[in-house]
Ligand binder design. Structure first.
Ligand SMILES: [Fe+2]
Ligand SMILES: [Fe+2]
Length: 281
C-alpha cells in the first residue's frame, strides 16, 4: 500500500472527506508491506525503524503540524449537545492560541528531516483514529445506560435504576483495551453514586478541553464529561467549582481503543504491522 491508500483507509473508517489538520503524510512511500506503528514517533523510533528494515513508519500523535484548527471539533461536539457555537468558540480560543504559539516556536522540521535523510516514509494519523475511539467509548456508555436504566422486556430490559458516574467508569472498563493496561478510568470530579445525567465524551478534538470546555458542558445541561486526560490547573478549578462530574479515561488506553481497529484493517489488507509506544495494547 502507498501512504495515500493507508490514510484513505483511516478516513473511510469515520467517513471523513479530507485529511484533518492534525494528520499528514510527511514523507510519502509506496509498496509498503511492513510498517512500524507507534503513538509517539521521534528520532529514536525512526532509527529503530531503520534497524528493523521496515518500509515506513506510522505515528498517531501529530508530527510537525499546526493542529490548532482541529480544536474546532470541540465546538461541533458541544453543538451536538445544544451548546451555542459562540460559547464553544470562546471556550476553545485560548487552547487554539496556545497551540498556534507552540507551533510558531517549535521545530516543525526536526523529526521529519530525519525521516527524509533516512529515506523512511513517515505519516501520522491522529483525529480519524481518535474519532474511532470516541465512538467506541460513547457507544459503550450508551449500551451500559440501556442495561442499567431499561425498564422494558426483551431488548429494553435492564435493572431499572439510575445510571451513575460509577456506571460510566464500568462501561469504559468493559472495553477490552482497558483491562489490558495499568491505568484505570478515574472519577476526578464528583462521586461514583452521582446520577450521570447527560454524558459527553469530549475526545477526538485535538486534546482535552481543559476547564473551559467542561465548564460549558456543565452550564448547558451535561452532568458528566469524559476526557481522556486533563491538565492539573484545569482540574483544580473544576474541583473547586464542583458543577459537574469529570471522568478521565486515561490517555494511551483511549488512543489504543481507536488505533487497534485500524491496525486490524491494515493486517487484513496483508500489511505486517510492528507495534510500539501504546499501539497494539
Ligand atoms: Fe489520540
Ligand atoms: Fe493521544
Amino acid at each position: 500500500m502507498n501512504s495515500q491508500e493507508i490514510m484513505q483507509l483511516a478516513l473511510d473508517m469515520v467517513g471523513f472527506d479530507g485529511i484533518p489538520a492534525d494528520s499528514a503524510i510527511q514523507v510519502p512511500g509506496k509498496d509498503m508491506k511492513r510498517v512500524l506503528f507507534g503513538i509517539d514517533i521521534g528520532v529514536p523510533e525512526l532509527l529503530l525503524a531503520k534497524e528493523l528494515k521496515v518500509d515506513g513508519v506510522i505515528a498517531h500523535h501529530p508530527i510537525g503540524l499546526n493542529i490548532s484548527p482541529i480544536y474546532d471539533k470541540h465546538i461541533d461536539q458541544m453543538a451536538s449537545f445544544g451548546i451555542p457555537r459562540e460559547v464553544g468558540e470562546k471556550a476553545v480560543a485560548p487552547i487554539k492560541e496556545g497551540t498556534n504559539l507552540s507551533f510558531l516556536s517549535g521545530n516543525f522540521d526536526h523529526v521529519v528531516s530525519v525521516a527524509r535523510v533516512l529515506g523512511l516514509p513517515l505519516m501520522n494519523i491522529h483525529n480519524p483514529l481518535d474519532e474511532v475511539g470516541r465512538r467506541v467509548m460513547d457507544e459503550a456508555i450508551k449500551a451500559r445506560r440501556q442495561a442499567v436504566e431499561g425498564t422494558g422486556a426483551g431488548e429494553g430490559a435492564g435493572q431499572g435504576r439510575t445510571f451513575t458516574v460509577g456506571d460510566v467508569v464500568d462501561a469504559l472498563q468493559g472495553i477490552p483495551e482497558f483491562s489490558r493496561v495499568p491505568t484505570r478510568p478515574q472519577i476526578m470530579v464528583g462521586k461514583a453514586e452521582n446520577p450521570a445525567g447527560k454524558v459527553a465524551v469530549a475526545h477526538a478534538a485535538g486534546t482535552n478541553g481543559r476547564y473551559a470546555v467542561a465548564n460549558a458542558y456543565y452550564e448547558h445541561g451535561v452532568s458528566t464529561v469524559v476526557y481522556i486526560h486533563v491538565d492539573a490547573p484545569g482540574l483544580a478549578k473544576l474541583r473547586a467549582e464542583n458543577k459537574g462530574n469529570l471522568v478521565v479515561a486515561g490517555h494511551i488506553v483511549a488512543d489504543a481503543v481507536g488505533i487497534n481497529p485500524f491496525i486490524d484493517l491494515l493486517r487484513e489488507k496483508g500489511m505486517e504491522v510492528i507495534t510500539i509506544s501504546g499501539c497494539g495494547l
